[in-house]
Structure formats: C-alpha cells, structure tokens
Write a protein that binds this ligand. Sequence first.
Ligand code: NAP
Length: 253
Amino acid sequence: MFTPLTGRTVVVTGGTKGIGKGIAGVFARAGANVVVVARDAERGEAVAAELGGAYVAADVGRAEDCERMAAEALERFGGIDVLCANAGVFPDTKLADMTEADIDAIFATNVKGTMLSVKACLPALERSGHGRVVVTSSITGPITGFPGWSHYGATKAAQLGFVRTAAIELSGKGITINAVMPGNIETEGLAELGAEYREQMEKSIPQGKLGRVEDIGNAALFLATDEAAYITGQTIVVDGGQVLSESIMGLET
Ligand code: NAP
C-alpha cells in the first residue's frame, strides 16, 4: 500500500495534451493539486478546469517563464512537491535537410526546457521534504532510432545525462529525479504521424497495441510516492516490450 499523495502539489509541464495531460489526470485522481503548464492558454484553462487544478502559461525554454511557473504554483497551492518535466516537441526532419534553427528549437524545449523547469522548482521541492522530479524522456534516442528524429533522439538521450548528475546534486536536498521512457503512446501528437506509422508501430510492439497516456502517468505516480524515496537517477521504460526483440522474427511467435 502506497502513502496517498492527497494534498501534494504537482506541476506538469506540457500538461495540457497527450502524455502530460494523462500524467496530470492520474495525479488529480490520486488527490494531488495539479498545475498544468503550456503555451496555449485556451487549452490550458480548459484542462485545468477539467482536472480541478490551475493553469500557468509558460514556454519552458525561457528561464523567466519557468521562474513564474514556480512562483504561480507556490502562490496558488503553497508549495511544490512534484515536478513532471514533460513538455516536449518532436518535429521530424532528415539530417541532410536539418537547419541550425531546427536543432536550436528542439534543444530549447526538450533539453533547456527540462533543465530550466527543474532549476526553477528546486527551492520549493527542497522545502517539500519529499521533492520528486519525473522527466519524460523516450525510448527514441537512449535506446532506439527512427529516421527523421536524429535531433529529437539526441534531446531525449541528453535528458538522461542531465538526470544522472542532477540526481547526485539533489540527493542532499531530499529530492529524487528519475525518468520515464515511453514507447509509442496514443496521443494527439502521435495521431498526426498518420495511420501507416501507427500500424507499423503496433506490429513492432509485443503487446500488439500502443500505450495509453495513463500508463506513463502511473509510472510517474509511483516515482512520486514516499515508497520510491530510495530510487534516484534511474529510468523506467514503458513500451509494451517494444525495445526487446532483436528482429521482427522475434515478434512472429
Ligand atoms: P503532445 O501531445 O504534442 O503534447 C505536448 C505538450 O507540451 C502540450 O501540452 C504542449 O502545449 C506542451 N509544450 C510543447 N512545447 C512547449 C514549450 N516550449 N513550453 C511549454 N509547453 C510546451 O506531445 P506528447 O506526445 O504528449 O509528448 C509529451 C512528452 O512525451 C514529450 O517530451 C515527448 O518527447 C515524450 N514522448 C512522447 C511519446 C509519444 O508516443 N507520444 C513517446 C515517447 C516520448 P503547448 O503547445 O500549448 O505549449
């Protein structure tokens, strides 16, 4: 039995859509105060209302936005116990066509945005006494590759490098930091990649189906519990077994 997270405050960047909204929903149903953070205010306000939480408009790639995000969460709920650094973008471009601007833009949100949002929440997470950070990485980059995502894969691997050193630095502050590594999860963003992409992915997953956003939310919720206090600097792959088979023959059994 896990200690309930009732009354704790969780900030979820990118919490207005897809995986982030799934994470925020799982925490809200577990009784936590939820703060969702994203750029689109109309969607943000609607999701906050749906989850009974708060919305903060911020671009995680900007330090002043991240500082304001932490300040508004504190003002609204009096503390921050959990940060889910989930905001991310995944445009696809082959390396030969990639511009410097493409690379800067994806690193600004996925890597700099992760680091800035964690940094901004540190004082509040330390005061919490059981501060938790859960970063949304991916299997793409740290484990697998996919054409068009060399820059994306680089950002998702970079997040894990950040997590490992941050875990050491934050241990003395009573804060843990871990990463979830989703496989292919049923989201609006993934739907935009088309039916063919989806079919191919389903065929490459031993469980034969895409993941649900709640599957990632549940992994994040576990890492946020008091019972996960001794786990830091680690990763959990949540992918229905997608990374396991050495070849497609292994999936025909
Ligand atoms: P999504 O449906 O496109 O949602 C992305 C969320 O991030 C939205 O709320 C978006 O809101 C927000 N966001 C994007 N850029 C932002 C910025 N600069 N500042 C603040 N918020 C920002 O994406 P998703 O599929 O749920 O992906 C979420 C995370 O999971 C990403 O880190 C992604 O790399 C990872 N992931 C996804 C999958 C998958 O199968 N979907 C698999 C592995 C990993 P606004 O646009 O309003 O800002």
